[in-house]
Ligand binder design. Structure first.
Ligand SMILES: *Cc1c(COP(=O)(O)O)cnc(C)c1O
Length: 460
């Protein structure tokens, strides 16, 4: 099967040893972690597919750039270098670094919430984005196409907005009550699924018609551009940069977790096309929350590494290999009968646990049970994306039933080889073969916000 895939477009200059602790130890460690893999020590994990956020490998060029960081508190040369790269990619006039994606969220979102009972509408809000929408006193509404939740059916752009529903929602809520339309590219929460340029255009036209600000939550905008090039007519011959620029031209604001397509371990971007007044508001918020506007919680050396990383992430050979790794793992699982979100997206394989363990109800967190079983079986750490992550309704406090129950196997950038993915596939297939024996979980401790990070469970 491997023969269809090109070898890694890089060679290894530095190694970090990893090892697999015994099955008995894994069982013990998982129990100590309260059956929540977030509480595991990384040294007890063999292959870590918890997230692709800040877990990738930097290039030799990025490590070289680190040495050139200008650590001036104000007016750092590294800030201007990074600003130049961000402006080149987005054509936006205003830029400020922030500590990571949620830094941009906490600086920007409250500035858009003008009064009570406002809403943000997104194809799908990422979990921290939803949390910051709610902290800002607004409500988050997801408006993705239905195909997104149908894992078996092939659709090239499962991240697309349901534009018909979007219009109805705006009419229903009243345009003055919509604080912004958030385009999440790619759609992290439902499979790293891309959004087509056609859909971005249609969504932008609707938002413009109602004079609603358009925000790109673009942690993986380069991966999205790659899928547009691969899957959308008319983009075959365009560069990734040109496709990305076309997307940014449609929006007003760009928030980015640079820990994804920035190819760095920490950092974030907030850029605004031309609204100086909004930028001023964000600048006054960024100082107490993140830091002086020319560093915003990033060191000079980190800004240098990000300036290089943003450009490397637009490289087509790199993007081909990255998305191929995801596809490879997905193909292997699918061939063994494991239900997955199909086609595979940009950064992870999403195993459909609703289909895999239908005997576990949503309030017993089926995907968390599968994640735990995988860790026990092979030392591979995945993560739950389902009802546990979704949390409780902010008004009624009831558990919300997620339309999907996924185990996300997230592939860090430039970090693991195809051999590692074979180990992952073997582990998942073993769990799949014993799926009928898996049991659900109940809370021992449940924190009030972003509960999935620190909750503790007992197996039922
Ligand atoms: C990761 C992510 C964020 C939040 O970024 P952090 O760097 O984790 O704070 C926001 N939106 C999307 C789509 C993401 O993937």
């Amino acid at each position: 099967m491997r023969s269809n895939y090109k070898a890694e477009p890089y060679r290894i200059k530095m190694v970090e040893p990893i090892n697999q602790i015994s099955k008995e130890k894994r069982k013990e460690r998982l129990a100590q972690a309260g059956y929540n893999p977030f509480a595991l020590k990384s040294e007890d994990v063999y292959i870590d597919l918890l997230t692709d956020s800040g877990t990738g490998a930097m290039s030799d060029k990025q490590w070289g750039a680190l040495m050139q960081g200008d650590e001036a508190y104000a007016g750092s040369r590294s800030f201007y270098r990074l600003e130049g790269v961000v402006k080149h990619i987005t054509n936006y006039q205003c830029f400020m670094p922030v500590h990571q994606g949620r830094g941009a969220e906490q600086v920007l979102l409250p500035a858009l919430v003008k009064h009570e009972h406002m809403h943000f509408i997104s194809n799908m809000h990422f979990d921290t984005t939803r949390a910051h929408v709610e902290i800002a006193g607004a409500r988050a509404i997801d408006c993705v196409i239905d195909a997104c939740f149908d894992t078996k059916t092939h659709h090239p752009f499962k991240g697309n907005f349901d534009t018909k529903r979007l219009k109805t929602l705006i009419e229903e809520k009243g345009k003055e009550n919509i604080a912004g339309i958030i385009m999440t590219i790619t759609n992290n929460s439902a499979g790293g699924q891309p959004v087509s340029m056609d859909n971005l255009k249609e969504t932008a036209a609707i938002a413009r018609g109602y004079d609603i600000p358009i925000i790109i939550d673009g942690a993986r905008y380069a991966e999205n551009a790659y899928f547009v090039k691969q899957r959308e007519k008319g983009y075959e011959h365009k560069s990734i940069l040109a496709i990305a620029q076309e997307a940014f031209a449609l929006a007003d604001i760009f928030m980015m977790s640079a820990k994804k397509d920035g190819l760095v371990n920490i950092g974030g971007v907030l850029a605004i096309k031309e609204n100086e007044a909004l930028f001023e508001q964000c600048r006054s918020r960024v100082v107490p929350l993140e830091g002086f506007p020319t560093y915003g919680c990033m060191s000079g050396r980190d800004m240098e590494a990000l300036a290089v990383g943003l450009e490397e992430a637009l490289d087509e050979d790199y993007l081909e290999h990255r998305t191929d790794q995801v596809k490879y793992l997905g193909d292997k699982l699918k061939a063994a009968g494991v239900p997955i979100q199909w086609p595979t997206g940009g950064h992870a394989v999403f195993v459909d646990c609703k289909a895999m363990v239908p005997h576990i109800p949503y309030h017993q967190f089926p995907a968390q049970a599968v994640v735990n079983a995988l860790y026990e079986a092979s030392g591979v750490r995945g993560v739950e994306i389902g009802s546990l992550l979704l949390g409780r309704d902010p008004d009624t406090k009831e558990n919300i039933e997620s339309p999907v129950e996924f185990m996300r196997l997230t592939i860090p950038r430039r970090t693991y080889t195809y051999n590692h993915l074979d180990v992952v596939a073997d582990g998942v297939i073993e769990v799949y073969q014993n799926k009928d024996r898996l049991k659900g979980l109940d809370f021992v401790y449940e924190p009030p916000v972003l509960r999935h990070f620190t909750a503790k469970f007992k197996p039922l």
